[in-house]
Design a protein around this ligand. Structure first.
Ligand SMILES: Nc1ncnc2c1ncn2[C@@H]1O[C@H](COP(=O)(O)OP(=O)(O)OP(=O)(O)O)[C@@H](O)[C@H]1O
Ligand SMILES: [Mg+2]
Ligand SMILES: [Zn+2]
Length: 286
């Protein structure tokens, strides 16, 4: 029976167990029965091209260097870029129990539509619901065997895919990636509001392309003008986990499929923070 005092809008902060309670957890999908994943972290942005996939890859490398077993679920179904950054190609293998992630040179597991298609340069002309279904399949059918962290690289914006990730996967929290430019506040708000509506904690912000280091003296050159990330972070009560410079070496390593040889120290602080936050957070699936 519905409780008299229930206004149906505050289930997250209400401890009554009544039929009006509709938490996002109700829609969670079980992972593959052979999977064991301690923490799921989503990487999102309000806007495309800010460097989500690069940040996802470098975070994976940094977490792995700390001794964790890390996987990446490339949820950018129609614009997958993770396999290329890790130099992975070919098709995923599987058996009756499920599908195995591809293994990078250093042992990071990757699942992506680019590893399913016979011709990786063929565009996918699928509609939203089908695309969201593929994300669920990557979660349900992949055998993620003993992973500490599964990073989910979302497509930009607040569409079907991030919503599906938030609803169907036991996401511990999300990292919002942005770049320094005007409108940054509005762009971050979009992503932040989506996380809030879906009851997913925001672990913090990462600002990419923050500055360029002068090759001669190391001085920070603010190509896009002064950054407003601190103000925006303060406004929302988030932490800035990292600021990543524009580095032509990074772009070259992405293109060469050698992201694992990149210097990921700019994201070490962010990786450390993820570890700190998630090991204090309960409720990850196993
Ligand atoms: N800090 C950086 N320094 C140099 N190059 C960068 C940096 N960040 C991103 N790039 C380059 O920009 C390209 C686009 O970045 P990335 O694919 O990570 O963006 P994205 O936000 O995932 O894009 P999309 O919204 O299309 O998924 C990368 O391949 C990389 O070459
Ligand atoms: Mg991307
Ligand atoms: Zn200089």
């Amino acid at each position: 029976m519905a409780n008299e005092s229930c206004d149906k809008s505050k289930c997250a902060s209400c401890d009554l167990d009544c039929p009006s309670r509709k938490s996002p957890q109700d829609l969670r999908e079980p992972p593959n029965k052979l999977s064991s994943i301690k923490h799921v972290i989503g990487i999102i942005s309000g806007k495309g091209g800010v460097g989500k996939s690069l940040v996802t890859s470098l975070l994976a490398v940094s977490l792995q260097k700390r001794g964790f077993r890390v996987g990446i679920l490339d949820a950018d179904i129609t614009g997958p870029s993770i396999p290329k950054m890790f130099g992975l190609s070919g098709q995923l293998k599987g058996n009756d129990d499920g599908m195995f992630p591809a293994m990078s040179q250093t042992g990071i597991g990757v699942v992506s539509t680019n590893l399913l298609l016979e011709e990786e340069d063929r565009p996918l002309v699928w509609r939203g619901p089908v695309i969201a279904g593929v994300v669920k399949q990557f979660w349900q059918e992949t055998i993620w065997d003993q992973y500490d962290y599964l990073l989910v690289d979302c497509p930009p914006g607040t569409g079907d895919v991030p919503l599906t990730v938030f609803q169907s996967l036991p996401v511990d929290g999300v990292i919002i990636v942005s770049s320094p430019q005007s409108l940054v506040s509005m762009i971050i708000s979009k992503a932040a509001n989506m996380a809030q509506i879906m009851h997913v904690p925001v672990l913090g912000l990462v600002e990419n392309m923050s500055y360029v280091s002068c090759p001669d003296c190391g001085k920070e050159i603010r190509v896009f003008g002064d950054s407003h990330i601190e103000e925006v972070a303060e406004h929302f009560g988030y932490d800035v986990l990292a600021r990543l410079p524009i580095d032509p070496k990074l772009a070259a390593l992405c293109d060469a499929g050698q992201i694992e040889s990149a210097d990921c120290s700019a994201l070490d602080g962010a990786a450390g923070e993820i570890v700190k936050i998630t090991t204090g957070v309960t409720g990850a699936s196993s």
